[in-house]
Write a protein that binds this ligand. Sequence first.
Ligand SMILES: [Zn+2]
Length: 458
Amino acid sequence: MLTKETHNTGNVWTHHFPRHHLLAACGISLAATLLLSVLPDSVVAYRVQELEPSPAPAVTPAIETPAAEITTAPVEIDPWLHLTVRKGDTLSSLLQKTGLDTNAIHELTNSSKDAQKLASLNLGDELDVLMKDGAVQELRLRRSKLDSLSVTRTGDKYESKQVTLIPEVRYSYAAGTIDSSLFLAGQKAGLNDRMTLKLADIFAYDVDFLQDIQQGDSFALLYEELYLDGQSIGQGNIVSAEFTNQGKTYRAVQYTNKNGTTSYYTPDGNIMRKQFLRTPVDFAKVTSYFSLNRKHPILHKIRAHKGIDYGAPTGTPIRAAGDGTVVFAGVRNGFGNVVMIQHGGVYTTLYGHMSKIGVKKGARVNQGQVIGAVGMTGLASGPHLHYEFHVNGTAVNPLANMNVAMAEPLSKTEKANFDKTTAALFSQMKEFAAGTIPQKSQQVALGDTDKNREPQIR
Ligand SMILES: [Zn+2]
């Protein structure tokens, strides 16, 4: 990656990577639904507060006039105007506060492609403006602690520059036992809610965080803590984690394969987000794709087709796309005989028009297990399976999402590297748990595994 840097200082291991990767690969949006359903009200309120910056004066002229005091030392005057983007603010409305007229503002924002980005401000963005002779000398837009854009005037031209700072990454450890809720246990362990969501997301395929969580369930994780100039600026990705649910322990480790895809794996090298069966019926062909406006073959009306149709002779076995629990088995409107399977807390699959249903509600099924047979019950013009794939209750295109859930198996050479990395991470977690390394470690030694980890940095 362009801005990647790797530093090895003695046996102190740190790595740097660009910010836009921090949020990658962790289904935050998908976990957001989970957040709302799991969080107690107080926590939701806390998060909302976090998202809406508390009101503060929009303009903070930093020039302080000392009240009639005579000091011998020169008074330091900050010549910059510091503005924070609040609800309803536009760049124009903010810059007008500096005394600039619309023409001058237009000239500045149209001076370059980067400068045009100034037009789209986000709540909480910070704008620092340096004025000289009634014109903007320099303008800095800080979108986050790491990203900023600066526009500087030289002569009668403006020059713009994007700056992305790269944080130093250190490992921290957290562990906890669930008493009333996962989020409270997470907070107790020093995790922000975003991190707790990430943790839940890693194990979402194996654990149903809405239904299966019990008092006494526990977790432990090694995660990245981000520093800028020695100051902690937030938490990054989870590096390795374990979750014990009803006495069964699941482990996961983050690994980037040779193609640069970062996923969570079990310690023996299987992908956590397991692959669903590509097609739940053998030897079938797609007769209709997922589409939000399709003319229905029988109703002759434009109707969303929220699944895929696989044409196959009546009686062809239909298989469960993944391990899970049957949450519905019966007749449902136009879909005739229907089976729905819940896979962990996030995914559900639906099978329609079956001629026969082979499972009962509540039954546990394994991937590939026959759950019924192709038919044309309900509204169907011929025998086919209507197959839907739901993420958090919303039907999505199964084919597109199969790809997301899928990952190539690790090659033999990769597996050796993976094993070494995994062993180091889990032994490090053990040391943390045993107290050999202080819980909030400032720096983490990884010994000779440094090199092995290097290519994994995203
Ligand atoms: Zn269909």
